[in-house]
Design a binder for this molecule. Structure first.
Ligand code: MN
Length: 302
């Protein structure tokens, strides 16, 4: 059985529910509607996520996804290069692959003159930099008075949104949107060439996530994969977001009394089992992203 997930605007979900009105099935918990056609079982959630399952889900998917494709954002390479080498805003997030700790996101405003200076300082994708260097670089960035905005999504709030049906993608999209929004509000005049978002989902999916919360993509926004390697603003944002994640992990380790591990390896599973034994399953809600498969896998070590 094949399975596919697509994201749609709330208006589109209303249209879909109407279209499938003669095929509606019993609603699973948390779902907006479920329809059963001869091709597929279609389950829609308030988050905008729609799950297509069954024998021929593509037949149903094609009725809806084709129309979405038109909205794809096309970036002219020359235009993009013009943004990357000039004054621009960049955003990135951290902590999404780590079982313990929050998700953090940062947006940074970099002037054309600062680009080479930051490159010389060793600013690059935070995934390529050791933790102590990330902390030191982040301090330097703050000392340089580079304008930035930062948001931290604590674990309890993350888990609450997740149980409400938000995907991690939607959480990331909203975090990026808000840090960029806060960043734009901080700078005056608005003399930037563009905004670069480190792309983690297709631009139309990002747009739909925002639309489901009545938000819109800022003008002059460009989505770029592996943007940390191309945009100094995104690389700087990645350092600030990671440094903040590390700081939050220190705080949570201190509070909980455990040396919380980064990542989501089976070492993490063992630590989860220990915490479950000593503090109970509920406690994880405060310090971890509990929907990760690690929570289930930890049972092997109990
Ligand atoms: Mn990234």
């Amino acid at each position: 059985m094949s399975q596919n997930v697509h994201t749609f605007s709330s208006a589109k979900l209303v249209e879909m529910k109407k279209y499938y009105q003669d095929f509606l099935d019993e609603n699973p918990q948390g779902a907006l509607f479920r329809a059963r056609t001869k091709n597929a079982v279609i389950t829609a959630y308030n988050s905008g996520k729609v799950l297509f399952q069954g024998a021929n889900p593509d037949i149903e998917i094609n009725k809806w996804v084709k129309q979405n494709k038109v909205k794809k954002i096309q970036v002219h390479p020359e235009k993009l290069n013009n943004v990357l080498t000039r004054t621009h805003i960049g955003s990135d997030e951290s902590g999404t692959g780590d079982y313990f700790g929050p998700v953090t996101a940062a947006a940074v405003y970099i002037t054309e003159a600062q680009i080479s200076e930051l490159k010389k300082m060793g600013i690059q994708d935070s995934k390529l930099i050791k933790d102590d260097i990330i902390r030191a670089l982040s301090k330097k960035i703050v000392e340089m008075n580079i304008p930035y905005s930062l948001l931290i999504l604590p674990n309890e709030k993350y888990n609450q949104l997740q149980s409400k049906g938000w995907s991690q993608g939607k959480m990331k999209a909203m975090l990026h949107h808000h840090v960029i929004d806060n960043m734009i509000k901080k700078i005056n005049p608005h003399n930037y060439e563009g905004i670069i978002i480190d792309q983690f989902c297709l631009p139309h999916v990002y747009k739909n996530y925002l639309a489901s919360e009545n938000k819109f993509v800022h003008s002059k926004t460009h989505f770029l994969t592996k943007a940390e390697h191309h945009s100094v603003a995104v690389a700087t944002a990645s350092v600030i977001a990671r440094a903040s994640f590390l700081k939050e992990m220190d705080k949570l380790s201190h509070l909980s009394g455990y040396s919380l591990l980064k990542g989501a390896s089976n070492k993490v599973d063992r630590l989860i089992a220990q915490i479950m034994r000593e503090k109970g399953l509920e406690y994880l809600n405060k310090i971890a992203k509990t929907h990760f498969a690690n929570t289930e896998k930890a049972n092997n070590y109990l």
